[in-house]
Design a protein around this ligand. Structure first.
Ligand code: ATP
Length: 252
């Protein structure tokens, strides 16, 4: 039996000024699925994530998480409704340790006071959750290191651990490989694979690194000029002449 729908976009459109940024986007993602979102520069991928996560409100259409319309909810309420995302740029507190950063996310999920961050007690619930999430991304040895001193790849792992601490039903990863050194790509891919496969989480990933996308995802959504050109398996998408022509001039 098919898994239930975790995320559903119906007729989503966005106009800003006179510009049509998103046009009639219809997309269903099942629970436990990993979907890659690709497309040439300016196709609307980040805007789509902004609409899903609530940073932008669509001009038309609906966004539903686990069957609940989240279209009118602010960003923090969407997080509570089960949406979590990373950004293209790092959102870590550089002076804080890896543990403190992840603990902050766990604390926010638990709804407690952020001041607890200053007095981490090893036995408390948020610290326990944070330690588990850090272990899940393989950064135990760096738990006490300042986040600002880590490699880009390790910073991304910390951001993923922070997402795991918030335990969202649907995870949006915005270009996780951006700025990551070639030596770190395989390790970070493996963390993303484990995060998805081992836990059955639903993941959407915008990523330009085609090898990473095709190696990780179940299906690929291709955006072009604000519309969805195709949503299919990686093999079918790569063989699609429409997709090939959208990418003409850009390496696929
Ligand atoms: N606030 C805004 N006002 C006007 N135009 C915008 C706004 N935000 C995005 N756009 C335009 O919408 C289009 C889609 O941008 P978006 O950043 O979503 O593309 P993208 O596919 O994520 O691109 P990239 O791969 O380069 O990150 C672009 O033409 C961009 O200039």
């Amino acid at each position: 039996m098919d898994a239930p729908i975790a995320l559903e976009l119906a007729g989503v459109g966005l106009s800003i000024g006179g510009a049509r940024i998103l046009d009639d986007v219809n997309l269903s993602v099942r629970r436990g699925e990993m979907l890659g979102v690709i497309g040439p520069n300016g196709a609307g991928k980040t805007t789509l994530f902004n609409v899903i996560s609530g940073l932008l409100r669509p001009t038309e259409g609906t966004v539903a998480v686990s069957g609940n319309d989240v279209g009118r909810l602010a960003v923090h309420r969407r997080a509570a409704a089960g949406l979590g995302r990373t950004f293209q740029t790092s959102s870590l507190f550089p002076q804080l340790s890896v543990l403190e950063n992840v603990r902050l996310a766990a604390q926010a999920k638990l709804g407690g006071s952020l001041s607890l961050l200053r007095f981490p007690r090893s036995g408390d619930e948020a610290t326990g959750i944070a330690a588990g999430c850090i272990a899940e991304v393989g950064l135990e040895a760096k738990a006490a290191s300042a986040a600002g001193g880590l490699s880009h790849g390790d910073k991304r792992k910390v951001e993923i651990a922070m997402l795991l601490a918030a335990d969202p039903a649907v995870i949006l990863l915005d270009e996780p490989m951006a700025g990551v050194g070639s030596g770190d790509v395989a390790g970070l891919s493996e963390v993303i694979r484990r995060m998805h496969r081992d836990s059955g989480r639903t993941v959407l990933m915008v990523e330009h690194h085609m090898e990473v996308v095709l190696g990780l995802v179940d299906r690929v959504a291709v955006m072009h000029h604000g519309s969805l050109l195709a949503v299919d398996t990686p093999e079918a998408v790569m063989a699609n002449p429409l997709v090939q022509s959208a990418y003409l001039g850009e390496p696929v």
